[in-house]
Each structure stands twice: as C-alpha cells, then as structure tokens.
Design a protein around this ligand. Structure first.
Ligand SMILES: [Fe+2]
Ligand SMILES: [Fe+2]
Length: 452
C-alpha cells in the first residue's frame, strides 16, 4: 500500500538504493455518526439512494490482509477523486448470517463501520512525486472481526446516517462479501488458488472470472506480472476483469518484474508489514497464517532484494516451523528457483539466497511464475531428487501469452503455457493436494498431494 520498492528486473540498475517511503495514518474504527444501532432494512428499500455522485462510486474494489486474516480485512478502491481532501473512505459491514447475503438487514453502528485513508501513488520508480503521473487509492481496514465468518460489506463514503438512511452516500451499489479465516491452528478444509502472469490477458480473465470466483477459494495468491507496462489503464483493465474474484476473496500478491513502476503496485495493494522486515522491503516480503497454513510472499525481482530479505525469511521460517499450529509452509515469488522453460529458466539469486532456507526448514511448496508455462519439480534438495523435501512449482500462465515448457533433472512434469494455468490447492489438516488446471478449466495439467 505505501512502501517504496527496491529491486525489479531490468530497471534494477536505474534504481536508487534509498528506502523512501510515504507515511499514512493507521486506519481506525470509525465513530458512527448516529445513535441508531438497530438492524435496518435499508438495502431492500427500492427508494434508497446509494450514489449521490456516481462518478464517486468505488471501482477496482478488492480485499487483502494487513493483519490477522481471522480478525481483520483490508478493503481498497479508487474513485474519480483526484485530491486526498474532501473524501473520507468508509466501509459498512456486517455478518451475512444476520444481515442477509444481499445486506438487506445490516446493522449500523460504530462496530460495523470503519474509516480509512487515501494515498497518492506515482507512475515513477519511487513512492514520492518525481514528476511521474499521480494516482489515488483509498484503503480501509476493519479489525476485531469474528473468525471463520461470512461478512457482507458496502464501501464508499457518506456524510451522515440518520433514521435508517445515508446522507450524501456514494457507496457500492451492491454488497460485496468476504470470509474471515479460521483461527490459526484450526485443521479444516481450506481452498487456496495460486496463479500469476496475466500481462495483457484481461479479456481471457474476464471470460473465466465468474467461473473461477465460483470455485470459492478462501483467498488467492498472485505471483506478479499483472500488466505489460504498469500503466494505470492496464491496471484498471485487470481489476475490471478480476472483479468477480476480487469482490469475494482476498488476493495476496507479490511483485513481478513487469511491475516496472513499483509504487503503482504497492499503492494498489495493502499488505502486511511484518516485524523484522528490513527497511524498504515492508510489503515486499510478508507472511500470514491462515488456519494451519503459513504463506510467505517474497520480492524476487533482483539479487539484492533476495539477499536483503534472507535474514527475515530465515527468522520467519524458523518461527513457523516451531509453531505447533502450523502444518504447512508455502512460499510465493515471481522468479522461479527452478524452471526448465527456455524463455527464462532458473534464477541464480533465488537458488543462492533462499533455496538453502527452503531446504533448511523443509518448506513444503514454493510457487513462482515469470515463465509462462506450468512445471512441478520432484522433491528437490541439494540438487538431487529426494523422497521428501521442498517441491517447486512454476504456474506462470494466468492468461499471458504462453511459453514452451521444458524438462530438466528436477522436472517431474511440465506443460506448455499456451493452455494457460492456475492451481487450486486444498489443505485439510495433515493432507494437502492440488490440481493445476488449464486456463479454461477444461483439463487437469497436474495433480499432486502431500501428507504429514
Ligand atoms: Fe516476469
Ligand atoms: Fe511474466
């Protein structure tokens, strides 16, 4: 959401080593502007106005987590506003069980509203104005939520709420929904979808998004390369195409090399700021716990970035492996440690700085993209096939143009990228299984399972 990026692909050499960052106030629970805390029937009232000025209706709305997925949610959107002043982003949320899936009986109170902040981000290499084009995003975080619970939500702004009606509202015309995570350590089925590399594939995403959203993943992990050239119209196209998915499940991303203007990426995704992440890498490297799964996101876009995150990664992995609540550790990054694809192939700095840690802590699965094909390795330790050990997956085909797959000593299976691909993973206690599907969902490229 707000931190400057350091390393990235071919622009690395252009970057300054400075760790600039803008500051944003911590979103706070909103003080409700009314004494009315009763459940109301506002959403089913056809006379209710949700937009005073439709140009301020939230667009590109999406969910991430900055804190505990069991008790928090972060919501972001853009509007036509071009100035931080004069607009306060707010959310109104409630449990679906009482509010209804359409939000018709949402309760309005201080506990079911929150306000947040806006932030400029720039089409430049740094998070401050270097005469790059400026954009604006709004972020609201709700905390204190009930774990493992369906919520409905409207986002936008309003000036007041009186007698069951908003004053000057500019809210989402229909409710969006999210589900909080089970408490850490819960052992119950969890579905996660992992994908990456969409670059220019927005039309194909749009063709598949409703179907993919209906799969009901608890959350998505996206391995970077969202757009071709990191232009805002390309981002807008990606968010538009993805909206059925983004309006029902959080998406946790990592930076790819095509996020050539890092502030465009970090501005539009509010991510965890984990303790111990070195300055300049907050939100580049993050981890969350979802039930019994520990998920780590890493910025693999340069050797310097890989080196700089290694100490934090070591500590994060040590803590996760020592945690009796955590059965599974999954790492996500853009550049693959091992890839037999001839377009890019393996990444020396990932092998140098992170693979020894993946092996040291026996990380279960390492997902990457960058090569637009599908590949899964054997359990692979010290450059040898082993019975049990880290398994490396390249799933870089979320509708970007495909690359030709290859095969190397580590390769268990691979598929051409022209089919596109995404991975649907199910964790259920001590078992984990996943299926890699073709982009149209019609065929299975790979199936794999692990047990503890
Ligand atoms: Fe890439
Ligand atoms: Fe790519």
């Amino acid at each position: 959401m707000r931190k400057f990026a350091i390393g990235l692909g071919f622009l690395t050499t252009l970057l300054l080593p400075a760790c600039l960052q803008s500051t944003v106030a911590t979103p706070a629970q909103d003080a409700a502007t009314t004494q009315d805390t009763a459940a109301v029937d506002i959403a089913s009232d056809a006379t209710v106005t949700w937009q005073t000025d439709p140009t301020n209706t939230p667009k590109s709305l999406h969910f991430t987590w900055q804190h505990d997925p069991a008790t928090s949610i972060s919501v972001q959107w853009t509007t036509a506003a071009t100035d931080l002043t004069g607009y306060t982003p707010k959310i109104w949320f409630d449990k679906a069980a009482s509010a209804g899936a359409d939000g018709a009986k949402m309760t309005f109170s201080a506990a079911t509203t929150a306000s947040g902040t806006g932030e400029y981000y720039y089409q430049s290499l740094v998070a401050t104005d270097t005469s790059g084009t400026r954009y604006l995003t709004w972020t609201v975080e709700a905390t204190g939520l009930t774990p493992d619970t369906d919520y409905v939500l409207r986002a936008g702004t309003w000036s007041d709420y009186q007698a069951g009606a908003f004053v000057k509202p500019d809210l989402t015309p229909s409710v969006v929904s999210f589900h909080t995570a089970p408490l850490k350590g819960k052992r119950q089925p969890v579905k996660i979808i992992l994908a990456g590399d969409s670059r220019g594939g927005n039309d194909k995403i749009a063709l598949n998004a409703e179907r993919l959203a209906a799969l009901g993943a608890a959350f998505w992990v996206f391995n970077g390369d969202f757009t071709d050239f990191c232009q805002q119209d390309q981002w807008d196209g990606w968010f538009d195409a993805m909206h059925p998915i983004l309006n029902t499940a959080p998406l946790m991303p990592v930076q790819g090399n095509h996020e050539v203007f890092p502030p465009m990426y970090y501005g539009q995704f509010a991510l965890p700021v984990n303790a111990g992440v070195p300055d300049g890498y907050q939100e580049h490297a993050w981890s969350i716990n979802y039930a019994n799964v520990h998920v780590i996101g890493l910025d693999s876009t340069s050797a310097a970035a890989a080196s700089d995150q290694a100490a934090w990664l070591d500590a994060d992995l040590a803590a996760a492996r020592a945690d009796p609540d955590i059965d599974w550790i999954i790492a996500a990054m853009h550049y693959p440690a091992y890839s037999a694809c001839t377009n890019h192939g393996s990444t020396a700095w990932v092998q140098q700085y992170w693979v020894p840690l993946f092996e040291k802590y026996n990380v279960d699965l390492i997902f990457a993209g960058h090569d637009h094909d599908y590949e899964r390795s054997w359990p692979w330790v010290n450059n040898n096939k082993v019975a049990k050990g880290p398994v490396y997956v390249v799933a870089g085909g979320f509708y970007a143009d495909g690359y030709t797959n290859g095969s190397a000593a580590w390769t268990a299976t691979s598929s051409h990228g022209n089919k596109s691909n995404y991975v649907v993973m199910t964790v259920d206690g001590k078992t984990l299984s996943f299926i890699a599907y073709s982009g149209d969902g019609a065929s299975q490229l790979d199936t794999y399972s692990l047990s503890k």
